[in-house]
Design a protein around this ligand. Structure first.
Ligand code: TUI
Length: 313
């Protein structure tokens, strides 16, 4: 069975993290992934700090297995969330979209395993020096907020630079991706897009339908001109967003206003003016199934490839 030092560190059966997807990763999904032997993550992006506290408490009722919280550092309430997770006795944290340096001492003091998401070797090194227990190195194939490097060159460069475990993310969707991540030197994988199709994922049906219909060329990165590049499904809305961005006569405030609240609208309402964040592997997601089947498919699929591998002639 595929196991790594991350499994011992976190007390999980399989080295599979579920991405802490904003608005999406609630107690229902996180508990299902943890119950399946992976690491479920509850997102800090929800209807405010108290709503996140509630999801953490709900998750604890739904699973007795380890789970974590993902903190989106660019959120206005990130500082409040950083405190709240300590109060709630959360044991595992991942962070995204920035550097969590200012919170590290508080979290380490509380005995929390801290696993920042990084998109470059420089930040990975900084996080290791600051006391991170592992990092998630996320390539730009992923959905949502993206960095510049892609998974294939990012993972080995981060692995070579660090001593702590590296979790590979970005474009990993089935056993082939998991096997590849291990070949690149990763100790675990983080998977987001595939879990959008989990039965326990509570996103609007329209979101799931759009993922199931996606092909290889269904995503687009917008927001680069605003300093927030985000990968999402191509829709009339996201294509219009891209057009406005490249039009010098449109001012930045108007573009920003268009994007505000758009992820929530997609997740909760299936709104056509929503942002349907998804990774490049959305085209590989073909059915709705229990989170347990997804976790097992990822692991068993990888094992089959690794044990039976010989080069195709
Ligand atoms: O954070 C993510 N993915 C996200 S966050 C998010 S929430 C959102 N909602 C509405 C609009 C936009 C976003 C959706 N998806 N992934 C982790 C990640 N972190 N990817 C890349 C990074 C990253 C990039 C630059 C981390 C640090 C960094 O530089 C930090 C520094 O200060 O050097």
């Amino acid at each position: 069975m595929i196991r790594s030092r991350i499994c011992e560190m976190l007390g999980i059966k399989y080295p599979v993290f579920q991405g802490g997807m904003a608005w999406v990763a609630d107690a229902s999904l996180a508990a299902a992934v943890s119950n399946a032997g992976g690491l479920g993550l509850v997102s800090s992006i929800n209807a405010g700090t108290e709503a996140v506290r509630n999801e953490i408490r709900k998750c604890r009722e739904l699973t007795d297995k380890p789970f974590g919280v993902n903190i989106m550092l660019q959120a206005p309430n990130a500082g409040e969330i950083a405190q709240m997770v300590v109060e709630e006795g959360v044991k595992i944290l991942t962070t995204g979209a920035g550097s969590p340096s200012q919170y590290m001492a508080m979290w380490k003091e509380a005995g929390i395993k801290v696993i920042p998401v990084v998109a470059s070797v420089a930040l990975a090194l900084k996080m290791q020096a600051a006391g991170a227990d592992a990092v998630v190195a996320e390539g730009a194939e992923s959905g949502g907020h993206v960095g510049e490097l892609h998974t294939m060159p990012l993972i080995p460069q981060v692995v070579d630079a660090l001593d702590i475990p590296v979790v590979a993310a970005g474009g990993i969707c089935d056993g082939r991706g998991v096997a590849a991540a291990f070949m690149l030197g990763a100790d675990a994988v983080q998977v987001g897009t595939r879990f959008l199709s989990a039965e326990e994922c509570t996103v609007h049906q329209e979101y799931k339908d759009k993922i199931l219909k996606a092909t290889d060329i269904s995503t687009i990165v917008t927001g680069k001109s605003l300093g927030h590049p985000v990968r999402s499904l191509k829709t009339p809305f996201s294509k219009n967003f891209a057009r406005m961005e490249s039009d010098p006569s449109v001012n930045k405030e108007d573009i920003l206003a268009l994007g505000t609240g758009a992820l929530r609208k997609a997740v909760k309402e299936g709104d056509r003016n929503g942002t349907y964040m998804a990774g490049e592997c959305a085209g590989m997601v073909k059915k709705i199934e229990p989170a347990k089947d997804i976790v097992e498919d990822l692991i068993l699929g990888a094992e089959k490839i690794i044990t039976g591998f010989s080069a195709r002639m």
